[in-house]
Ligand binder design. Structure first.
Ligand SMILES: [Zn+2]
Length: 177
């Protein structure tokens, strides 16, 4: 049910199934086949609560498809294959609570980074163990500075100092100038 008169301009509102433009992440997606009330004068769209949800889900699905992101079903399948709950998968990926819930529901879509991480997990499920383990979060072992190749003639000593492009050279045989 839609109002008979448009709240914006007072024009007649008619039932329509024409494509509805929907803006999502700065892009306008046209969703077709969804019944709505349409103002014949100003084009204002009136939607039921159910249709609003469908519109959002459809727009996300269309945009996802165009961006080549994993679909809600593919995400769910991956998560289940890893034996994780939605909360467990959120923790593993380092995303906020309810994020995976929304991805799987199709109301929100993942960014490119999360998508690639999930694709990595799909081809290499053992990465889940590494992600969940502690070794990944320990500071990287500090590397000993590499010795500078001895290119100088006998008697010269080279010492590396910070910043890297600075070298101190001394010579045993140097005579004070
Ligand atoms: Zn109107």
């Amino acid at each position: 049910m839609y109002p008979k008169k448009c709240a914006e301009c007072g024009g007649d509102v008619r039932v329509s199934s024409s494509p509805i433009p929907f803006e999502i992440r700065g892009e306008t997606i046209e969703v077709s086949g969804l019944e709505h009330g349409l103002c014949s004068q100003c084009g204002e769209v009136y939607l039921s609560l159910d249709a609003t949800e469908t519109l959002q889900r459809e727009a996300v699905r269309i945009l996802k498809q165009s961006k080549g992101l994993l679909s809600p079903d593919e995400i769910k399948e991956l998560r289940r294959s890893l034996g994780l709950s939605q909360a467990g998968f959120e923790e593993l990926l380092g995303v906020g609570p309810k994020t995976v819930v929304r991805w799987e529901k199709g109301t929100v879509f993942q960014g490119a980074t999360a998508d690639r991480l999930m694709r990595l997990l799909r081809v290499m499920p053992s990465l889940a163990g590494i992600l969940a383990g502690e070794s990944l979060y320990k500071p990287a072992a500090t590397c000993a500075p590499k010795p500078i190749r001895q290119q100088l003639s006998r008697g010269w000593h080279v010492r590396q100092v910070q910043p890297r492009h600075l070298k101190v050279v001394t010579n045993d045989n140097a005579v004070a100038a």
